[in-house]
Design a protein around this ligand. Structure first.
Ligand code: SF4
Length: 508
C-alpha cells in the first residue's frame, strides 16, 4: 500500500493554509490512500523567527525590539485586536518581517515573511534549481526541514511538493535534494501553479530527472491517485483542512481558502497567462461547491472564506446568494452588468460578501477593447457605485504599460480612479509583463533579455515608447502622488496586501 507526504515549501504569504494540498488530501484520504500534509512554509517561518529566542539580543535596535515583541506581535497579527489599531498591526507585521529577514547569515539572501530570493540562485534557471537541490544544506530553512521531514517520511514511499510561486521554488528543490539524498527510495512528485505554467510552455524540457520523478500539471488529484494505484477514484471529495491549524496562520482571523473552479471562464484577456497557457476552465458545480464550503465552515469556523478562483462566475454568484456559506467571504469577480444592480449587490452582501477583487486594468476604453478585457467603463463605474452602496469593499487591479497604452491613456486611468475614488477601497498597481508564449506578442519586437530558461515572460520594445522605465516614472512621480490616490494606497495592509484587506474594509 502506498503512502504519501504532501509538502508546501517556503516562502509564500503565511496568511492561510495551502488550498491545493487540502484538496489533494481530501481526495487521497477519501480514496483510501494514507496521506500526511505539512505546511513547511508557516512552520519554517515560525521556526526562523522563534529560534532566535534565548540568544543574546541583536545589536541593532529594530531587530532587538522585534525579538522582544515576537510573542506579542504574533498574537496581535493573529487576532481581532489588529483591527482596532491599524498602526499597531502595521508595526507588528513589519517587526515580524524584520525578524524573518535577520534569521540567516548568508550574504545575498533576501528572506522575509512573504518572499525568499537569493542573489546567487535564480528560480528561473533550471541550472540554479539543480544547484539548490545539490547544495540543500545552504538553504536558510535547512536546519528546520532536515529535522521535520525525516519523521514524516519514515512510513511514506512518495513525497508530493507543491510549488505555486517563485518564492517557493528554491526551497522546493532544496527539499527535493534533501529527500533524494537521505531517502533515495522515496519517489518525488512536483505540482502546483508554477509547475503547471512551466509544463504548459512550448519547449519545456524539465532537466530534473535526477531529482524529481514526475511533474504534474493542473489540479493534480487524478494524476496523483492513478500514480498511487487508485483505479476508479470517487468523484466528490471535499478538501481536508485537518492537517493545517487555521488559527496558527498570520491573519487577523482564521481564513479558509477554497477554489470553486480552475482556469478562467472568460479567458480572453490578451495579456493574461491563463489565455497564453490555454488551460481548460473546470468549475466545481456551484451547488456542490456550496455544499463543500458549508461543510468546511461548520467544521473549521473561519472568520473569512477566501475564494481563489481567477474570476467567480455569475452562476456561482447566483448560487451563493441562494445558499450562503455561513461565513464572510471575498474573491475575484469580473465586472459584469450584474454588479451594477443595487439589489444584486445587496443580496451579495447578505450572502456574506465582504470584498470583491476586480481587475479593471485600465481607465481607457480603447485600451480595454484592445486587450479584449470585455469591460465597459460606464458599467465599471456603475458597479463600483452599487458595490459601495451595498457596503461591499473593492480591491481594484490596474495594469500599466500594456502594448496599446500610451501616456494619455494612463492619465485616463488616473482620471477614472479619481472620478470613482469613493467606490475603490484598495488599489494594486502592476506593470505589464508579456507572457512568453502569448499570441499577442507576435507583432512586438522582443528584446534579448535572458532571465533564465524557465522565465514565463519576455521583454519587449513598447510600440508606443511607453516602456517599463517611463511607466515606473509616471507611477512614482505622478500617479501615486495624487492625494486621493495616495490615500487609497496607504490603506493597503503591508506585505499581506489583498490577503488581509477584507479584514480592513471600510464597511466592517
Ligand atoms: S478575467 Fe482574469 S483570469 Fe480571466 S482571462 Fe481575464 S485576466 Fe485572465
Amino acid at each position: 500500500m502506498h503512502s504519501i507526504v504532501l509538502l508546501n515549501p517556503p516562502v509564500v504569504r503565511p496568511s492561510e493554509p495551502p488550498a491545493g494540498l487540502a484538496r489533494l488530501c481530501g481526495a487521497l484520504k477519501k480514496n483510501g490512500v494514507e496521506c500526511a500534509a505539512v505546511d513547511l512554509n508557516i512552520e519554517g517561518l515560525l521556526h526562523l523567527m522563534e529560534r532566535r529566542e534565548g540568544v543574546a539580543p541583536s545589536a541593532d535596535r529594530w531587530t532587538a525590539r522585534a525579538e522582544k515583541n515576537l510573542t506579542a506581535n504574533l498574537s496581535l497579527v493573529r487576532g481581532p485586536r489588529a483591527l482596532d489599531n491599524a498602526d499597531a498591526y502595521r508595526k507588528a507585521v513589519l517587526e515580524l518581517d524584520r525578524l524573518a529577514s535577520r534569521a540567516h547569515s548568508r550574504p545575498g539572501v533576501r528572506l522575509g515573511l512573504t518572499d525568499y530570493k537569493d542573489d546567487s540562485l535564480s528560480p528561473l534557471r533550471s541550472g540554479d534549481l539543480l544547484r539548490a537541490a545539490r547544495e540543500y544544506t545552504c538553504n536558510p530553512f535547512f536546519p528546520f526541514f532536515s529535522k521535520r521531514i525525516p519523521g514524516l517520511l519514515a512510513k511514506s514511499n512518495f513525497a508530493g511538493i507543491s510549488v505555486n510561486y517563485l518564492g517557493q521554488a528554491l526551497s522546493a528543490f532544496a527539499i527535493a535534494g534533501f529527500i533524494r539524498a537521505e531517502f533515495p527510495e522515496v519517489r518525488i512528485i512536483m505540482g502546483g501553479g508554477l509547475i503547471t505554467s512551466w509544463l504548459s510552455r512550448s519547449g519545456w524540457q524539465g532537466p530534473f530527472s535526477g531529482v524529481v520523478e514526475r511533474f504534474v500539471a493542473g489540479p493534480g488529484e487524478g494524476a496523483l491517485l492513478s500514480l498511487l494505484g487508485v483505479e476508479r477514484p470517487l468523484a466528490e471529495c471535499p478538501p481536508d483542512y485537518s492537517p493545517f491549524p487555521l488559527a496558527g496562520y498570520l491573519s487577523p482571523g482564521p481564513v479558509l481558502p477554497y477554489s470553486a473552479s480552475s482556469g478562467c471562464w472568460w479567458r480572453k484577456c490578451s495579456f493574461c497567462p491563463e489565455k497564453a497557457e490555454a488551460g481548460a476552465y473546470v468549475p466545481v458545480a456551484p451547488s456542490r461547491a456550496l455544499r463543500e464550503i458549508k461543510g468546511l465552515v461548520a467544521l473549521e469556523r473561519p472568520a473569512l472564506v477566501h475564494f481563489l478562483d481567477n474570476a467567480l462566475s455569475p452562476a456561482f454568484l447566483e448560487e451563493i446568494i441562494k445558499d450562503p456559506p455561513g461565513a464572510p467571504w471575498y474573491g475575484f469577480a469580473r465586472i459584469t452588468r450584474h454588479l451594477t444592480d443595487p439589489g444584486f449587490c445587496r443580496s451579495l452582501k447578505d450572502s456574506g460578501c465582504t470584498m470583491l477583487k476586480l481587475g479593471i486594468e485600465s481607465g481607457d476604453q480603447g485600451v480595454l477593447d484592445r486587450l479584449n478585457k470585455g469591460i465597459d467603463l460606464g458599467v465599471a463605474a456603475a458597479a463600483l457605485k452599487a458595490l459601495r452602496g451595498a457596503g461591499i469593499e473593492t480591491y481594484v487591479y490596474l495594469l500599466f504599460g500594456t502594448p496599446p497604452e500610451n501616456e494619455e491613456a494612463a492619465r485616463n486611468t488616473r482620471d477614472f480612479v479619481l472620478a470613482n475614488r469613493d467606490g475603490i477601497g484598495f488599489l494594486n498597481l502592476a506593470i505589464f509583463n508579456l507572457p512568453i508564449d502569448s499570441e499577442d506578442g507576435a507583432g512586438l519586437e522582443k528584446r534579448e533579455f535572458y532571465e533564465g530558461d524557465l522565465s514565463l515572460y519576455a521583454d519587449f520594445r513598447h510600440p508606443l515608447g511607453w516602456d517599463r522605465r517611463v511607466v515606473r516614472r509616471f507611477l512614482d512621480r505622478e500617479f501615486r502622488r495624487e492625494p486621493a490616490i495616495a490615500e487609497i494606497l496607504r490603506r493597503d495592509p503591508p506585505l499581506f496586501t489583498s490577503n488581509h484587506a477584507a479584514f480592513f474594509s471600510r464597511f466592517n
